[in-house]
Design a protein. Structure first.
Length: 290
């Protein structure tokens, strides 16, 4: 089965109508119709014939097509049943060679079970739905699914949070989580006219490169809990925000060992400082339980 012209909104619309389908706003569906941008995104993913790639939200397969043409082995996660029905037909030749696998359903509910039996991926790609982009990325980082390289396109404001530095309004627990696992760099901004249907917001593509020393802390699960607690109330001091986690530990020792003032606010702490605080708290837990 031939796919439609990925650069033509008119042909995409006609194809969907002919197949009794329509774009669904609840899934945040928008096709990237700029071929130059599509190729630049996959160039940044730096794939080769040995690459094992996960793609979230392939839609009608415009990016899937580009990835498979470059020789990678690809697993696509697609929540829309209509798209999931068509993708194996578009890429039947790659399916037969076991270079293409489709996982139907919500990626947040399927990726962990799939990962138990699949070859571990080294690349991740996604033009991610605006409403769940941060959740997908955070879920994979927190559950120890990391990639050597990832290229994601998200709402511009979400992209700003991913790269945000301390003492800025965009800096958050999500910023810390992303920068704990990856070096995050903006790749390009994409105005609404690059997509069909045209969204009301601009998008930003970013490149994530895995940090060699990740996770760089004694207790990754504690680090994640601590980070979320630190930013639970931006107006409170870090002492007040993490009080439940201190759990009877000698507070002064925790902060002194980390070299951090308990009266500081989380938005002013670097990722390394939060890592130091996490390790200090973990030491106190260990001493307390001896």
């Amino acid at each position: 089965m031939n796919h439609p012209d990925y650069n033509s909104p008119a042909e995409l619309k006609a194809f969907l109508e002919e197949n009794g389908m329509a774009m669904q706003k609840k899934f945040g569906q928008n096709f990237l119709i700029n071929e130059t941008a599509r190729k630049a995104l996959i160039d940044a993913l730096d794939i080769h014939e040995e690459s094992v790639v996960w793609e979230v939200g392939p839609g009608l397969g415009s990016m899937t097509d580009e990835i498979l043409k470059r020789g990678a082995t690809l697993t696509a996660f697609e929540i829309d049943h209509g798209f999931a029905r068509l993708l194996p037909q578009f890429f039947s030749a790659f399916l037969e060679k076991e270079h293409f696998t489709l996982v139907e359903g919500d990626v947040l509910k399927t990726w962990q079970s799939y990962a138990k039996t699949a070859t571990r991926p080294d690349r991740f790609f996604g033009n991610l739905p605006y409403n769940v982009a941060a959740t997908i990325i955070a879920d994979m980082i927190e559950n120890n699914m990391r990639f050597e390289k990832a290229v994601v396109t998200v709402q511009k404001e979400v992209g700003q949070r991913m790269c945000a530095k301390p003492a800025t309004s965009d800096y958050s627990s999500f910023s810390v989580l992303c920068q704990w696992a990856y070096d995050v760099k903006p790749l390009m901004d994409l105005a609404g006219g690059n997509f069909w249907p045209r969204p009301n917001v601009d998008s930003r593509a970013l490149v994530f490169t895995q940090k060699e020393l990740f996770p760089r802390c004694q207790n990754p699960k504690l680090f994640v809990r601590l980070t979320r607690a630190l930013f639970s109330s931006r107006r409170k001091t870090i002492r007040n925000n993490i009080q439940p986690l201190l759990n009877g530990c000698a507070e002064d020792a925790v902060f002194e060992r980390a070299g951090i003032s308990p009266g500081e606010r989380a938005e002013n702490l670097s990722v390394d400082e939060i890592l130091a605080l996490s390790d200090s708290l973990n030491i106190s837990y260990t001493e307390k339980n001896k």
